[in-house]
Each structure stands twice: as C-alpha cells, then as structure tokens.
Design a binder for this molecule. Structure first.
Ligand SMILES: [Zn+2]
Length: 251
C-alpha cells in the first residue's frame, strides 16, 4: 500500500519535472521562429508593416492588403474545436474546473467564461411531455450544497414523475416553506391539480401540498427511492454536490 503510494508520488514528481523543460523548449523555438518573411495569417500577403507591440513587447504587424493586424508566432492560439469537445465531456465528469485546465491546458479565465456562456444558453424552463389528467405520482426531495459567496447552504428542490422519471419541478433556495411553495409553483398545472406527491417528513411540504394528495413517508418505505437515487447520481457526477469535498461553488 505504502509502496504504491510512493510510486504514484514519484511518478508525479518525475512527470512534472520532465514536463517543465519541454515547455520551455517549445517557447524558445517559437520565439526564434523566422520573422522577416512572415505572411499574413488571414490573406497570406507579405505586404506588412510594423504596428507597435502588445503588452509583453512582441511586435504587432498590420497587413496592408486586408487591413488586419496580428502578432508573429502567437503563443496563445484560439482553443480548438477538439479541445472544446474534450472540455464538454470533462465538464460532465466529477472534475473541478482547475482540474480541467490542467488536463486541457486552457486558461482558467477562458474556461470560466466558457462555462458561463454554456450556462446562459441553457433554457430555464423544465420541458415536460404532455400529460393526460389521471393518476400522476411525483416524488419530491431536497438536496443541499454549499455556496461560498452566500456563506451558506443552498438547497436544490426537485420533483420527479415516478412513472416517466422526468424532472417536473425544480427550485433552488433555502429549506423554508417559501422554497417548498416555489417548488410546487414550478410544477406544470396538471401536476398541481391531480398528482399524488410523496415526500419525506420535512414539515415545509405539509403546508404547501394539499393534504389529501400528500404522502409523507420515511426512506424505509421505498416510496421516494427514485428521487433519492437521482440525487445520488447527481452527487456522483458533480463534485460541487459531494458532501465531503472542498470543491464548492463560489457563485
Ligand atoms: Zn492580410
């Protein structure tokens, strides 16, 4: 056990040490790359003039043919589509943003801005397939996570349809009755009108869900298994939801 651990540490150290000089080598090569006969990366023209320099002193050039400016042998290439696909896949695994930057060598700022864009493009409305009035059963549960900036615990309230396994309601907030009400309000009307709701014994539900359709049950009954299993899956996939970890969200 101890030797395996030492082996891993040694491997990491060696790997790290061999990695640094190779990086230095590549930059040295790109710095001494031939500059006199540079062509415009946009139109291939050689009709270039000097055009000041960027923050680190590297000269900028202006193409007299297409009017675009560029830097010789730029070190920061735009992130390739392949890397973006890899980042997309990694974001779905339980890896921190820092971890992803280490693996893909994208900058942390770029990644954070990429994630923010992804988030902004996701529709806020839960899509639910059309339901006929009739026997509908939902299960509700709350799952907590920690958000550093708010210095407190945030609860993710979810409701799933027990037959179709669809998420039919969602709310994020504290653990009060107000939040339970918001979860109830997020449900499509057909569920609010006729669904039977299974929940745990948390008292907030009692005052929100109509008593004749509310079943507060303990975990041992198995009635809320699906939703608890779902929350479990989320915790497996999202490091931010793992209880004993340091990778909590800042926002
Ligand atoms: Zn050009």
């Amino acid at each position: 056990m101890m030797t395996t651990f030492l082996g891993i540490v040694l491997f990491l150290l060696l790997h790290h040490e061999t990695k640094i000089p190779s990086e230095a080598e590549t930059t040295a090569i790109s710095l001494t790359a031939p500059s006199p006969e540079t062509a415009c990366p946009y139109c291939g023209s050689h009709h270039l003039i000097k055009n000041g320099s960027i923050h680190n002193g590297k000269p900028k050039r202006l193409c007299k043919d297409c009017g675009k400016q560029f830097v010789d042998a730029p070190q920061n290439q735009p992130v390739s589509a392949t890397t973006k696909h890899l980042v997309d896949d990694l974001l779905l695994e339980r890896i921190s943003l820092r971890g992803i930057t280490r693996v893909t060598a994208v900058s942390w700022d770029w990644l954070q801005q990429y994630v923010n864009q992804k988030l902004a493009s996701i529709p806020r409305q839960v899509k639910v397939s059309a339901k006929s009035r009739g026997r509908l059963t939902i299960a509700c549960d709350e799952m907590w996570s920690f958000v550093e900036r708010q210095k407190n615990t945030v609860y993710i309230w979810l409701a799933i349809d027990r037959d179709t396994r669809e998420i039919v309601g969602c709310f994020m907030g504290d653990r009060t009755r107000q939040s339970a009400r918001q979860l109830w309000a997020s449900l499509p009307p057909v569920y609010r009108q006729c669904a039977v709701a299974y929940t745990d014994f948390w008292q907030s539900y009692e005052q929100v869900i109509p008593a004749n359709r509310h079943r507060a049950v303990g975990k041992e009954t198995g009635e809320t298994n699906h939703i608890e299993r779902l929350n479990n899956t989320f915790r497996q996939r999202l490091s931010r939801l793992v209880r004993k970890s340091l990778s909590f969200s800042k926002k």
